[in-house]
Design a protein around this ligand. Structure first.
Ligand code: TYM
Length: 332
């Protein structure tokens, strides 16, 4: 039996090239080497309020983007998290073995809860439990490999801690999942503020390149990206903005380090931006064409999502049964 890979994306905001380079591109590359499961994690999305109609649309948009990016639905299961109730069921059982202090320490919880105005008491409990649900997504399928961007590394450490704690309390039950980060592109920064991670929720118009942005906008955003006071690329002294543009080029193209230096050293910033924009557009144009094809046939997408849930449910249910019996819960 092939080892299992699992990863997921929240259906919120607009998926951007950071999500693609940090996660999706890596999924596509390794999917056939493993038994692969890719989730649209709608239960995670509702940890902050979502407009129901918009959420419903986003779930389909993200699923279509998985396929447009190259996920092969004949081989890999594309699953909407809430379509498999075992995710929420296991999350509760894991909540009960997770010390609350572990959750308060999570960087993402601290950042997201600080963004919510008012007193700490009004922050939704879901935000605190978020990484436990994520651990459940992974442990439910006994996934060995979890390909993600750098910002999820802390959540994955926690997933391993939870698995270890469960195993030591109730006996060996869960496979320890490994984090898989891409060598380039694990943390793509905002084009306007290269000291901040490119984010789906950031509002600045020049911040992120969306996978579905009109092509002329993609070019404009990259041409306006923040650089530094040098006139041309200098690998020794370059600032974060230039390093980010180079990382975007390298991650899309797969160019090696030496070749990157030979190609870009001394290149003026105007030409650097044109070259990077060209490389990004070369990838986004066909992706967008495939996306339009997929969404023009709603039954095709429905079939993929129904098939995904049906394929993974037996695995998920058998893990929940095992956990129930380990914990002494009622099993029929
Ligand atoms: P989410 O939806 O924020 O992001 C999806 C994936 O994109 C990566 N990513 C980035 N990579 C590089 N540069 C960036 N600027 C960038 N921004 C985001 C993320 O690391 C992620 O891999 N909690 C997860 C979803 C999740 C999950 C899981 C992931 C739920 N259950 C189980 C793996 C396994 C999240 O919010 O991802």
């Amino acid at each position: 039996m092939k080892a299992r890979v699992l990863s997921g994306v929240q259906p919120t905001g607009n998926l951007h090239i950071g999500n693609y380079l940090g996660a999706l591109k890596n999924w596509v590359k390794i999917q056939h080497d493993y038994e692969s499961i890719f989730c649209i994690v709608d239960l995670h999305a509702i940890t902050v309020f979502q407009d129901p109609k918009e959420l419903r649309n986003k779930i389909r948009e993200v699923a279509a983007l998985f396929i447009a990016s190259g996920i092969d639905p004949k081989h890999s299961s594309v699953v909407v998290q809430s379509a498999v109730p075992a995710h929420a069921e296991l999350a509760w059982m894991l909540t009960c073995v997770t010390p609350i202090g572990w959750l308060y320490r999570m960087t993402q919880f601290k950042a997201k809860s600080a963004l919510q105005e008012g007193v700490q008491e009004t922050v939704g409990d879901g935000l605190l439990q978020y990484p436990v649900l994520m651990a459940a997504d992974i442990l439910l399928y006994q996934a060995a490999i979890v390909p993600v961007g750098d910002d999820q590394a802390q959540h994955l450490e926690l997933a391993r801690d939870i698995a270890q704690r469960f195993n030591s309390l109730y006996g060996d039950t869960f496979v320890m999942p490994k984090t898989s980060l891409p060598s380039v592109g694990a943390r793509i920064m905002g084009l306007d503020e290269p000291d901040k991670k490119m984010s789906k929720s950031a509002t600045g118009t020049g911040h992120a390149v969306g996978l579905l942005d009109p092509i002329d906008q993609v070019r404009k955003k990259i041409m306006r990206a923040t650089t530094d006071s040098n006139p041309a690329v200098d690998f020794e002294t370059m600032g974060l903005g230039v390093a980010n543009l180079l990382a975007i080029y390298q991650a899309f193209s797969g160019t090696g380090d030496d070749e990157m230096k030979a190609k870009f050293a001394g290149m003026r910033y105007g030409d650097l931006k044109k070259t990077v924009a060209g490389m990004v557009i070369e990838h986004l144009e066909p992706l967008q064409a495939r996306y339009r094809e997929i969404v023009s046939d709603p039954a095709y997408l429905d079939g993929i999502l129904a098939d995904g849930a049906a394929r993974v449910s037996p695995i998920a249910n058998s893990t929940v049964d095992l956990v129930k019996s380990r914990m002494g819960l009622y099993t029929s």
